[in-house]
Design a protein around this ligand. Structure first.
Ligand code: VAH
Length: 310
């Protein structure tokens, strides 16, 4: 059976729904620090679970005979800058809990999300290589970079089958994102429909790697379905789909809402975004386990506006 920790989050919500469709619902146990919405709670087993509590995680693993764990709980970049130590504790202790359960052979396979936030301002900004300088300047980025080092260590030393991808900014309409720097790319669609204008907290030219959620779910399932020997990189794989800036999103929206206007009031998140790359080289993921993205900006705009207009 599968356990999703952080099932109420932006990725967790969609991952839970996708895996419950792919397998039988009762085989996918959703968990989070608090109960989720009615849809999630009624569609299959749910456990209130603190990812930092080893005993509690172990109890759920034993109770449901869990084999695979997707650890989707984390504090994202912007919020982590407000609560550095809480972010470090959550992001790292939750990872050690699942790595140690796998080391003790209580679970078989782990999915753990990393992020383009592992890169810093000294990393090459275009076509960022799989292996390169990584001097992250955010607590979130530091926790993801350290987490990658521990994943690779547990794989090499204890043969733990942990698989990881460096998500870019993710856009979806089912669940609001929580505390990320790329969240403008979700918020802009809500505001376009409601007010036909958006005040953006990043400046117009801030180009960042981005991905529509369906592609992120496809990549997550893709690396977990891959043969063990094909997952050659055990820190975390670069993953890419699109790269765009707020001005380009606005132009895409104006094709559907011509009167839409955007203005720019950069805040503390501008410095975070400026430390991240603009485009990512994900050849390794494409070669090792057949990754390729599908959704481009204009199609994403259509999907977002269609599904948010109700
Ligand atoms: C964040 N959405 O903004 C996350 C992600 C690359 C961005 O890590 O923190």
């Amino acid at each position: 059976r599968i356990l999703i920790i952080g099932a109420c989050g932006q990725i967790g919500t969609e991952l839970t729904a996708h895996l419950r469709k792919k397998y039988a619902p009762h085989k996918v146990i959703a968990s989070d620090i608090k109960e989720g919405d009615q849809a999630l709670m009624s569609a299959g087993p749910f456990e209130v679970l603190d990812a930092m509590d080893y005993e509690a995680v172990q109890n759920v693993v034993i109770k449901y005979e869990i084999t695979d764990v997707y650890l989707m709980a984390a504090m994202l970049s912007a919020t982590a800058e407000k609560f550095p130590m809480r972010a470090w504790d959550l992001n790292m202790n939750s990872l050690f809990n699942v790595l140690n359960l796998a080391k003790e052979k209580k679970i078989d396979t782990i999915f753990w999300p990393s992020s383009i936030a592992v890169f810093g301002s000294t990393t090459p900004k275009t076509n960022t290589p799989q292996r390169t300088i990584m001097e992250p300047s955010t607590v979130y980025g530091i926790s993801k970079q350290t987490g990658e080092r521990w994943c690779e260590y547990y794989h090499k030393r204890y043969d733990v089958d942990v698989r990881s991808i460096r998500y870019p900014g993710l856009i979806s309409y089912t669940t609001l994102p929580g505390g990320g720097t790329t969240d403008y790319a979700v918020d802009i669609y809500y505001k376009a429909l409601k007010h036909k204008k958006y005040i953006c907290f990043l400046n117009a030219e801030t180009t960042l790697p981005m991905m529509y959620m369906d592609d992120a779910i496809k990549a997550t399932v893709g690396i977990m379905d891959a043969k063990k020997e094909d997952v050659k990189i055990r820190s975390s794989y670069n993953l890419a789909a699109m790269s765009f800036n707020p001005e380009e999103v606005a132009a895409s929206i104006r094709k559907r809402i011509p009167e839409f206007t955007i203005s720019y009031e950069p805040d503390f998140r501008q410095a975070i975004a400026d430390s991240w790359p603009q485009t990512i080289d994900d050849d390794a993921a494409r070669e090792d386990w057949g990754w390729k993205h599908t959704v481009e900006l204009d199609e994403m705009t259509e999907i977002m506006l269609e599904n948010l207009k109700s």
